[in-house]
Write a protein that binds this ligand. Structure first.
Ligand code: NAP
Length: 200
């Protein structure tokens, strides 16, 4: 099995890669820096070049997506656009441009996050992108060709990321990156489609 992981050098990406490689899966790692395949998911041309270089795959995994954190009252359209371009359209464009490279009965797994279900002050832009990705996945699942499945994983804050987010997630029970990686495995190896696997 050949799996393309976009965002492979990140906290979640590394955990997913570790789990898959332990199973003997061939993992192609992609990100802007420090990965064997370079890609910027905010650029359509860059995504096209990545798929041309990588070729046919059995599974596409996206473990990335940026968003601006700040109050709605002060947020500019440009700041909101970060999540639109990266987390929302970036991941959806991976699907649109990558579908023809995915083998019959393959799978796609995208990343959302708890903030779409459990609001925090300053997280509306991230929540918007998460909800958009989840809705796209649910709807796209009923028209995936050739037995291809599509799901998303919605993690809560990771133990490994607590220092990065500081007190933002006060009161949230953090989960291990490994637990999130297992949800990706469920999507890749399982039979379900159109699901949002909530790791919380
Ligand atoms: N960590 C958490 O606690 C947590 C909880 C819930 C949801 N999430 C969501 O899960 C996703 C991943 O989180 P993470 O903590 O693993 O992130 P991370 O550690 O910052 O890693 C992000 C990965 O994506 C790559 N990347 C970023 N922007 C890119 C772009 N435009 N094009 C291509 N690659 C890009 C990064 O490498 P380069 O910078 O080299 O490109 C890196 O490999 C995010 O959407 C985040 O909101 C995370």
């Amino acid at each position: 099995m050949k799996v393309l992981t976009v965002g492979a050098s990140g906290t979640i990406g590394k955990a997913v890669v570790r789990e898959l490689e332990a199973d003997g899966v061939e993992v192609v790692k992609a990100s802007r820096n420090n990965s064997s395949v370079k890609v910027d998911i905010t650029s359509i041309e860059s995504i096209k070049a990545m798929f041309k270089k990588v070729g046919k795959i059995d599974a596409l995994v996206a473990t990335l997506g940026s968003a601006h954190f700040g109050s709605v009252e002060e947020m500019t359209p440009e700041q909101n656009q970060i999540a639109v371009n990266s987390k929302l359209l970036g991941q959806i464009n991976l699907v649109l441009l990558g579908l023809s490279f995915i083998r019959d009965k393959g799978s796609i797994t995208l990343t959302t996050g708890v903030l779409m279900d459990d609001p925090l002050v300053g997280a509306a832009s991230a929540a918007m992108a998460n909800g958009g990705v989840r809705a796209f996945v649910k709807s796209a699942a009923i028209e995936m060709p050739r037995g291809i499945r599509i799901n998303s994983v919605s993690p809560t804050v990771l133990e490994e990321s607590i220092d990065k987010y500081g007190s933002l997630f006060a009161g949230f029970e953090p989960v291990k990156a490994k637990s999130v990686a297992l949800a990706f495995k469920k999507s890749i190896y399982g039979a379900q489609t159109g699901q949002s696997y909530n790791v919380y």
